[in-house]
Design a protein around this ligand. Structure first.
Ligand code: PLP
Length: 396
């Protein structure tokens, strides 16, 4: 009889991971995965980058690299982040194997079993599973359309003064699709001032605003200059380059990143030098700057098609957000309708999405569904929404 650790026992498979195996069936219209469509990847640009590397550079790419990251990428990424007003000089930057590893490392270095993490409710499932795997105790706080609800956060902070981490996703939230208002951002900084709580600011969707006019709304808390609030800013190339690159980063005070480096040494020693090298060239040759407007437009189009179809087909008692960036529409079902029952109906007719309880840290609340518009071919979105709407309609 195998005897697994307490840690292993606290792990559960993400429902999304399991749904993805259904979602790839050719007859299924999928709104499940929060990832770019394969058609959108900059394959040609990467071909060009690779073929222009010298033999010696390619050899470096196949070698182990330093734990904090491939030095040229650390430089070009630092410049990219400085362009967002982030205090790169005053902090330390480290490359991670996806930003999920960044969240894992931070949890590992801050959380002992039973210690408290304050999260949003709903919350990114990857972060929930990471916190669970370190046996964190969850203190979830509800969201409204401007972000985490302040008076509830205040109450939670008072009740759980010993909480170690606060985890927030301010830009194009997964799954709620919202963006925090400027007022809410300011108020959070005020609230955190002079507390010992460490903030993980997960900004995986920062660059995915649809309109240039909204760019300023995405200003990270870390760039808003209220140190000494210890902010660990976490980002990713997954949504703006390709999740298969497995590249993310942490920008945080020196002492925190040093500790994460130690933790990473025993995890994977270093992130793939090969993909870091490609990412460096993609950044430094300004190819990312050319590629971003292209994907922003692609996602804006997909989002518009989805919103139009929802308007046309979804029962009037369902409420949803109108995203100005990111990947997600988050629908509140009419009272008494269970998202899993809707999913079963929808699956039988050929459309898949993720149910709300996946994103509830306690795994109960199931009155929402998440529709991702990023991965679905444009000509399939309206038909998929018709199916999902019909499935909802059968319970109303
Ligand atoms: C909010 C958020 N953070 C982090 C990630 C993880 O991304 P990565 O591929 O960089 O590990 C995701 C992926 O869906 C996400 O939605």
């Amino acid at each position: 009889m195998l005897r697994f650790s307490q840690n292993a026992k606290s792990m559960r498979s993400s429902e999304i991971r399991e749904l993805l195996s259904i979602a790839v069936r050719p007859d299924m219209i999928s709104f499940a995965g929060g990832m770019p469509n394969n058609d959108l990847f900059p394959v040609q640009e990467l071909d060009d980058i690779y073929s222009r590397l010298s033999k010696a550079e390619k050899q470096v790419g196949f070698q182990y690299g330093p734990t904090p990251g491939h030095p040229p990428l650390l430089k070009s990424l630092a410049q990219f982040l400085q362009g967002k007003g982030l205090p790169v000089e005053e902090n330390r930057l480290m490359i991670t194997t996806g930003s999920l590893q960044a969240i894992n490392l931070l949890t590992k270095v801050f959380i002992d079993p039973g210690e408290k993490v304050i999260t949003e409710d709903p919350c990114f499932i990857g972060a929930i599973t990471a916190f669970k795997s370190y046996q964190a105790h969850f203190c979830p706080v509800d969201l409204d359309e401007d972000g985490i609800i302040l008076h509830k956060l205040e109450k939670t902070l008072a009740r759980h003064a010993d909480a170690r981490l606060l985890y927030l996703t301010l830009n194009f939230h997964n799954p709620a699709g919202l963006i925090y208002s400027m007022e809410r951002r300011q108020a959070i900084l005020e609230l955190l001032h002079h507390r010992s709580l460490v903030l993980i600011e997960d900004d995986a969707y920062n660059d995915l605003y649809f309109s240039e006019a909204d760019r300023e709304k995405t200003t990270p808390l870390k760039a808003m200059g209220k140190e000494p609030v210890p902010i660990c800013y976490v980002g990713s190339f997954s949504k703006i380059f390709g999740p298969g690159m497995r590249l993310g980063w942490i920008l945080a005070p020196d002492a925190i990143v040093k500790q994460c480096e130690l933790a990473k040494q025993s995890m994977d020693a270093c992130t793939s030098t090969f993909t870091q090298m490609l990412a460096h060239e993609f950044l430094s040759q300004k190819k990312l700057a050319e590629y971003l407007p292209y994907i922003r437009m692609a996602y804006q189009r997909r989002c518009r098609i989805m919103l139009e179809a929802l308007q046309q087909h979804m029962p009037a008692s369902v409420i949803w957000n109108r995203p100005i960036g990111g990947f997600y529409v988050w629908l509140k079902l009419p009272q008494g309708v269970d998202a899993t029952e809707v999913l079963q109906k929808s699956l039988a007719e050929g459309a898949v999405f993720v149910v709300g309880k996946t994103f509830d840290p306690h795994g109960h609340r199931n009155d929402h569904i998440r529709l991702a518009f990023c991965h679905t071919p444009e000509d399939k979105i309206a038909e998929g929404i018709r199916i999902v709407s019909q499935a909802v309609g059968s319970f109303v």
